[in-house]
Design a binder for this molecule. Structure first.
Ligand SMILES: C[S@@+](CC[C@H](N)C(=O)[O-])C[C@H]1O[C@@H](n2cnc3c(N)ncnc32)[C@H](O)[C@@H]1O
Length: 200
C-alpha cells in the first residue's frame, strides 16, 4: 500500500489490524511523509489514530531526522485501535496513544505535556478524529491554541471529492475565513485536506 513511499513503512503498515473506518490514502501518505521530513517537527499530535496508518507514516518520516514524539488521541471504539497501538509502540518508543473523547482528553493532556518541558513545542497537528462539528471544531481550536507560531495544523477530510463530511467542511470553512493562512489540497486519489500555518 505504501511501498511507493518507503519499504519499511509498508512492512509496518501491513502488520496493522483491519479496521472498519477509513484511513490515509497512498497519495495523502506520500504528501504527509514528505511534509514531515521537510518541516522536521519535534512534537506531533493527531486526533484519530484508528488502526495506526497515519501514525506509522509520521513516525517513519521522523526516522529520517532522528526525532520527535507522536501523541495520538482516539476514543478507541474499535479493538483495532488498541491492537494497532501495541504494534506501533513496539516499534516506536516515542509514540503514545491517549484513549478517550478528545473533547475531554486533548486540552488537559497537552497542557501537561508542554508545561512539563520548557523546550517542548507543538510543531504540527492533524485533526482526523470525530468528524462532527462539535468535535472537529474543539480539536481545531485547542490545537491551534497550543501550536507554536509558524506551526502547522492539518484538517483531514476537508472537502473530500467523493466522501463528503459535512461537519469537517463546516469547521474548515469557518476556520479558514476567521484565521486565514489556510491552503486546501485535493489529492489525485480524491482526498481533501486543509493546511493552516499559525501566524509567526
Ligand atoms: C478517520 S479515523 C482516523 C484515521 C487515521 N488518522 C489514519 O489515517 O489512519 C477517525 C478515528 O477517530 C476516532 N474518533 C471519533 N470520534 C472521536 C472523539 N470524539 N475523540 C477521539 N477520537 C475519536 C474514531 O474512533 C476513529 O478511530
Amino acid at each position: 500500500m505504501f511501498s511507493h513511499i518507503d519499504k519499511e513503512l509498508n512492512e509496518l503498515v501491513q502488520q496493522l489490524p483491519e479496521t472498519p473506518e477509513g484511513y490515509i490514502t497512498p497519495h495523502q501518505a506520500e504528501f504527509l511523509y514528505s511534509f514531515v521530513r521537510l518541516t522536521q517537527p519535534k512534537i506531533v499530535v493527531e486526533t484519530g489514530f484508528n488502526a495506526g496508518h497515519s501514525a506509522c507514516v509520521i513516525l517513519r518520516a521522523m526516522d529520517a531526522y532522528g526525532g520527535g514524539a507522536l501523541l495520538s488521541f482516539d476514543i478507541a471504539r474499535y479493538d483495532a485501535t488498541r491492537k494497532g497501538a501495541e504494534i506501533v509502540k513496539a516499534r516506536y518508543e516515542s509514540f503514545s496513544l491517549i484513549v478517550g473523547d478528545t473533547k475531554q482528553t486533548l486540552a488537559g493532556t497537552m497542557a501537561q505535556v508542554l508545561s512539563s518541558n520548557n523546550d517542548a513545542t507543538l510543531d504540527f497537528a492533524i485533526v482526523d478524529g470525530g468528524h462532527d462539528v462539535e468535535t472537529a471544531r474543539a480539536d481545531m481550536v485547542i490545537l491551534e491554541s497550543l501550536l507554536r507560531p509558524g506551526g502547522y495544523l492539518w484538517l483531514d477530510d476537508f472537502e473530500n471529492a467523493n466522501c463528503i463530511n459535512v461537519g469537517v467542511n463546516v469547521v474548515g470553512r469557518e476556520f479558514a475565513s476567521s484565521r486565514g493562512h489556510c491552503l486546501r489540497f485535493l489529492t489525485a486519489d480524491n482526498r481533501g485536506m486543509m493546511l493552516h500555518q499559525k501566524a509567526f
